[in-house]
Design a protein around this ligand. Structure first.
Ligand SMILES: Nc1nc2c(ncn2[C@@H]2O[C@H](COP(=O)(O)OP(=O)(O)OP(=O)(O)O)[C@@H](O)[C@H]2O)c(=O)[nH]1
Ligand SMILES: [Mg+2]
Length: 315
């Protein structure tokens, strides 16, 4: 049932979209009860392995765990979805776990279009923890940050910051930074990376008011540090939950999402408006020929859009 609801939500068939929103509206009262944790890092940093270790640990504690793995590669080769799934074989076999790979299919930033709603459906289905895995590729982190409470950044020991695409902006989104694969020969390098990142973080502002971003070590392979990582998440909720910080964050996320949807929707309508399509090349030329200013051209386009537009046919 859960899988079918998510498939409905991911559908781009207009009739499905209407039905999906009806389903979501009814589920809304049952949402909001899970720990929402986002996990990101460069390809191969060990996100899936870490999530599997964490997920199994949480299931062992009697918690119900949903994993939404956003799979950007599936836009190119649809087969890779299954690749990721098999990599969480152990967790997928847990009766209290639900692993769902979502193709990000052309979505900016590698976060699937419907991840937020899928997360709500998982909450309504009674999951205590929702873990969202996404590959860190620039915008992806910001998109992920906008739909989780706690944001965990995994780093590799020894790889240079540039190689890992670590930018100040991304460090500032994290509630915890873990140097992963801190096992075997990597151990010493991981220790070094930890102290480096701790120092770097001192100069950055924290992602969540009232919370200092922590840097730790872990190994998804051996399971070391996974328990500590979860203890950090629990401390985060214990410390910030009663203060209302998480509730405020969630409200802000909703309002910002509404803004985004309206803006995207307006832009899409604008771009496919027949009058705009006719006028645009004419104005482009006029601007380039120096006949009118860019501001004048923009005003004409907007004026045309709001006045001369027949109502859209319903699809
Ligand atoms: N030594 C060591 N290797 C690890 C660890 N975790 C993962 N690996 C290895 O690193 C590789 C990538 O692991 P994944 O868990 O698939 O990494 P990922 O970040 O999910 O990768 P993408 O989903 O492709 O972005 C695999 O070959 C793992 O066996 C770890 O804790 N220690
Ligand atoms: Mg993965």
């Amino acid at each position: 049932m859960l899988g079918r609801a998510i498939t409905l939500i991911e559908s781009t068939v207009p009739a499905h979209e209407v039905l999906a929103q009806e389903v979501l509206q009814r589920l809304l009262p049952f949402t909001g009860r899970a720990r929402r944790v986002g996990i990101t890092g460069v390809p191969g940093v060990g996100k899936s392995t870490f999530i599997e270790a964490l997920g199994c640990f949480l299931c062992g504690r009697g918690l119900r765990v949903a994993v939404l793995a956003i799979d950007p590669s599936s836009t190119l080769s649809r087969g890779s979805i299954l690749g990721d799934k098999t990599r969480m074989e152990r967790l997928s076999g847990e009766p209290n776990a639900f692993v769902r790979p979502s193709p990000s299919a052309g979505c900016a930033g590698g976060v699937a279009r419907r991840t937020r709603e899928t997360l709500w459906v998982c909450e309504a289905a009674g999951f205590d923890v929702v873990l969202v895995e996404t590959v860190g590729v620039g915008q992806g982190e910001t998109a992920l940050r906008s739909l989780v409470d706690f944001f965990l950044l995994l780093l590799l020991p020894g790889a240079g910051d540039e190689l890992q695409g670590i930018k100040r902006g991304i460090m500032e989104l994290a509630d915890a930074v873990l140097i992963n694969k801190a096992d075997g020969e990597n151990r010493a390098r991981a220790e070094f990376a930890r102290s480096e990142q701790s120092t770097a973080l001192h100069h950055l502002s924290s992602a969540t008011p009232g919370w200092r971003t922590e840097v730790g070590l872990c190994s998804g392979r051996t399971g070391e540090g996974v328990l500590d990582a979860w203890a950090t998440v629990e401390r985060f909720y214990a410390q910030l939950g009663p203060a209302g910080v998480i509730a405020v964050r969630r409200r802000e996320q909703m309002v910002r999402w509404l803004d985004d949807l309206v803006r995207d929707g307006l832009l899409a309508r604008f771009q496919r408006d027949p009058a705009i399509r006719d006028l645009r090349p004419v104005l482009d030329r006029a601007v380039l020929d120096g006949e009118i200013t860019v501001v004048q051209a923009a005003m004409r386009l907007l004026e045309t859009f709001v006045t001369a537009r027949p109502p859209e046919p319903r699809t």
